[in-house]
Ligand binder design. Structure first.
Ligand code: NAI
Length: 441
């Protein structure tokens, strides 16, 4: 099939590349010329395991190309995906300007009957708005071309995006048109284990399913963080409580790891957008409001723990930070808990020595560019020199079993403050390290 992918970010680039991998002819388009030029030169603008090799091999085979020219991208295309960003607007709702602008372009430049597939996460009712915009543009040019809107939300996880896309738990197809459903099934067929993976529903339900999934996961995180906060106060150990509840098959272990709050490009904005959509329909989503409130507080908990030990004035103190990305396996720093932490520490006079396997460049260029007193270290141990404490923020694999002797030897102080409960207190004690974790008094 000939596919255009509008938006070449995390989702667009991964989706486009994976469809190219299965033999489709894919053209990825983006308004960001810098991004497209990099891709044309063989540089992948994001870090995602396995992606770079797959992009390169498909470009070489002629299955995958990049452009900033939407008119060129829509030549002879019969499937057009919308995978542009839907960031949080000022009032908390999803900002649909990029989606609707993509829709306008589709209406202006489509050259044959087209399946328009919305992959961006969009509020219920957006499919209808996209339909109207395309229809208006087609009417302006007296075109009789036909199109259908399909909702096909994406569930890939950054850090494992290619693997997730290649072996999806489910593929949701929001459409009531048999030919649209069949076309989507044909496109996804190479990736699915069995036909049950396809879940067919109407467009609105598909749109809501994506928000409901993210809201559920965010709720689990805020729930366990609340239990962690209760554990600390009552003298319980949340690690044990977690085992006690996760062993119940109705609950399970996933997404009940205590931590320093969720970040990233999806959970914060999607929970807010769902709260906003609910209120527009006259419903107060009180549970979801609490999920966000708990998460906001949780993002400040590491800084509070630091200040409980070192006092509120941190002038003259240096902290080693392991992990800047919002989660392991990605260089994405959008809404990362490390940003709030560093803001507070530096704001109170501290210096930072940071190390992250992948996110340091992006941190330096964008997210932490306004902070002077951050040194970016070559490796995890270099970050520890002369530091008063080590603070673990992102649970990258390489932080999971470090050489504690090396840590003890390099740190000036003896504290490890762990925002992800990666270590065992008893082991650290042997090395003379004081261990502060989440949800343990
Ligand atoms: P992103 O910000 O990485 O990429 C979006 C791209 O769209 C940018 O490169 C931007 O320049 C481009 N763009 C904006 N307007 C355009 C237009 N009119 N024409 C062409 N290109 C345009 O965003 P990301 O992370 O890929 O997310 C895209 C959508 O997918 C969002 O709705 C997000 O919520 C959803 N999503 C994201 C996931 C993730 O893990 N990042 C997972 C599942 C869904």
């Amino acid at each position: 099939m000939k596919i255009a992918m509008i938006g070449t970010g995390y989702v667009g680039l991964v989706t486009g590349t994976c469809f190219a991998e299965t033999g489709n002819d894919v053209i990825c388009v983006d308004v960001n010329a810098e991004k497209i030029n990099k891709l044309k030169d063989g540089h992948i603008p994001i870090y995602e395991p396995g992606l770079a090799d797959m992009v390169k091999s498909n470009v070489k085979k002629g299955n995958l190309s990049f452009t900033t020219n939407i008119e060129e991208a829509l030549q002879k295309v019969n499937i057009c995906f919308i995978a542009v960003g839907t960031p949080m607007g000022e009032d908390g709702s999803a900002d649909l300007q990029y989606v609707l602008s993509a829709a306008r372009d589709i209406g202006r430049y489509m050259t044959q009957d087209t399946y328009v597939v919305d992959k961006s996460t969009v509020p219920v009712g957006t499919g209808e708005k996209v339909r109207q915009v395309i229809a208006e543009e087609l009417a302006k040019r007296n075109s009789k071309l036909q199109f259908d809107i399909i909702s096909n939300p994406e569930f890939l996880k950054e850090g494992n995006a290619c693997a997730d896309f290649m072996t999806p738990d489910r593929v949701i197809i929001g459409s009531e048109q048999p030919d649209s459903i069949e076309t989507m099934k044909e496109l996804y067929e190479p990736f699915i284990r069995s036909r049950e993976v396809f879940i067919i529903m109407d467009v609105k339900s598909a749109e809501l399913a994506k928000y409901a999934a993210n809201a559920m996961l965010a709720t689990k995180i805020s729930f366990i963080n609340e239990i962690a906060n209760i554990s600390e106060r009552v003298g319980a150990d949340v690690n044990k409580v977690r085992r006690g509840i996760g062993s119940d098959s109705r609950i399970g272990y996933s997404f009940i790891n205590p931590g320093c709050g969720y970040g990233g490009s999806c959970f914060p904005k999607d929970v807010q957008a769902l709260i906003k959509t609910s209120s527009e329909y006259g419903y107060e989503a009180e549970l979801l409001q609490s999920v966000e409130k708990v998460n906001y507080a949780q993002k400040h908990i590491l800084a509070q723990k630091v200040q409980n030990i070192f006092g509120s004035n941190l002038a003259g103190k240096t902290f080693a930070i392991w992990g800047l990305a919002f989660k392991p396996g990605t260089d994405d720093m959008r809404a990362a808990p490390s940003i709030e932490l560093i803001k507070t520490l530096v704001g109170n006079g501290a210096s930072i020595k940071a190390y992250d396997p992948k996110a340091m460049k992006i941190a330096q260029q964008y997210y932490l560019k306004d902070f002077d007193n951050i040194i970016y270290s070559k490796n995890k141990y270099d970050a520890l020199y002369e530091a008063d404490a080590l603070i673990l923020v992102t649970e990258w694999k390489e932080f999971q079993s470090p050489d504690f002797m090396e840590i003890k030897g390099r740190l000036k102080g003896n504290y490890i403050i762990d925002g992800r409960n990666q270590y065992k207190e008893k082991i650290l004690e042997k090395f003379g390290l004081a261990y502060i974790q989440m949800g343990v008094k």
